[in-house]
Ligand binder design. Structure first.
Ligand code: GCU
Length: 369
């Protein structure tokens, strides 16, 4: 296994209790103050179903739901689409943070394309929900004038250095979809997962790290500031990502550009925050910008947190062959042949992993609060 100098996840002698009460809390605070920014907690939410119809040949009930969030400085709304299996039973749900075509949050388009293959997801017995990133926060540097941040701030020119960016806002969006799902009789409350690709994968990881109602997260090709260990990483690094996408993060993060060695954290610690829940990471052979080796290494290192619970992390002898999924522990990984993408192959491997893993989740994980 590759050796790389990364800061230790925990001190020797850390127990499950000291992990949960001290170290985990400290790490959440670090990612919040140094990377993604602070997630606001004071707001109210209302949901309105604005479209409803049978879909997928009657196998699912499709809905578009408007989420209305009200905070100190205003109200902001965004829609999500959901397809609920129509067989009268409760099902697990997959919440997708969609960072590509906006069209597929409309009911008439949900079956199109591999990026969010809602038809296949429902056919495997899941509810499929998705929202578009741009509906929660614009994916451009607009000074936080148009996204959800504006209802939490009196003046966007006075944002503190730890104010949340777009990744934090997208993570927040997924948690609001979870709020709604938890109220639906068609959903099994302990089986709600969040999924994202690339920038959506970074947001999905940050979402599940904070929101323990998600029993699992799947990050596809999330790379820099997502699943990949930053120290020694190939391809994109903090300098590149904070130059091109400063608004994804809080301002503090750009201080580490070219100074990764000074970070009191690295991304394996973000993955460890998912323990003891089910974590899945995938990479693509041609995606050197994200760096598969660094994504894999991070998933291996996160296993230490799972061992505190008597669980296996990522079971691997070394970096795997392509298209040979590793599904032996609570952390799953695969390296798909091909480009930076999220394909039907990836979705199916993730659902395989979940189906084997659901039964291993500790009691009480991801239940209604
Ligand atoms: C850019 C960016 C990556 C990101 C990717 C994507 O390539 O540099 O960090 O993951 O876009 O979201 O597709």
């Amino acid at each position: 296994m590759e050796k790389r100098m990364v800061p230790p996840l925990m001190e020797p002698g850390t127990t499950r209790e000291s992990w949960e009460q001290i170290r985990r809390v400290e790490l959440l605070r670090l990612f919040s103050s140094e990377v993604y920014g602070d997630t606001p907690r004071e707001f109210e939410t209302r949901f309105t179903v604005t479209e409803e119809s049978e879909t997928m040949g009657g196998k699912a009930l499709g809905r578009v739901v408007q989420v209305q969030v009200t905070a100190r400085y205003g109200t902001f709304s965004f829609p999500f689409a959901v397809c609920l299996p129509n067989d009268g039973k409760a099902h697990p749900a997959l919440v997708f943070i969609n960072n590509r075509a906006k069209g597929n949050v409309h009911l008439d388009e949900v079956e199109a394309g591999g990026f969010w293959p809602a038809g296949e997801i429902v056919a495997r017995g899941y509810a499929a929900a998705a929202f578009h990133t741009g509906d929660v926060d614009t994916d451009c540097d607009d000074g936080f004038q148009n996204g959800i941040q504006r209802i939490f701030e009196a003046d966007s020119s006075l944002r503190p250095d730890d104010a949340w960016g777009a990744l934090g806002a997208w993570a927040f969006g997924a948690s609001r979809v979870c709020d709604w799902l938890l109220e639906q009789p068609q959903i099994t409350p302990g089986k709600i997962a969040v999924i994202g690709h690339s920038r959506g994968g970074k947001a999905a990881l940050w979402c599940a790290a904070q929101d323990e109602r998600f029993c699992s997260v799947y990050s596809s090709c999330s790379g820099c500031s997502g699943a990949a260990v930053t120290r020694g990483k190939a391809g994109e690094r903090v300098a590149e990502i904070t130059r091109s996408f400063p608004y994804w993060f809080c301002r503090n993060y750009s201080r580490y550009a070219g100074r990764e060695e000074e970070m009191p954290f690295d991304q394996h610690m973000l993955l460890a925050l998912i323990a003891p829940r089910l974590l899945y990471v995938s990479s693509a052979t041609q995606d050197q910008w994200a760096d598969p080796q660094s994504e894999f290494l991070s998933a291996v290192l996160a296993g230490e947190a799972y061992r505190l619970y008597g669980l296996k992390g990522l079971e691997a002898e070394g970096f795997p062959e392509q298209d040979s999924p590793l599904h032996g522990g609570q952390i799953g990984y695969h390296l798909r042949t091909g480009q930076h993408d999220l394909t039907l192959y990836d979705w199916n491997r993730y659902m395989d992993f979940l189906e084997a893993g659901f039964g291993t989740l500790p009691e009480g994980i991801g239940k209604r609060e």
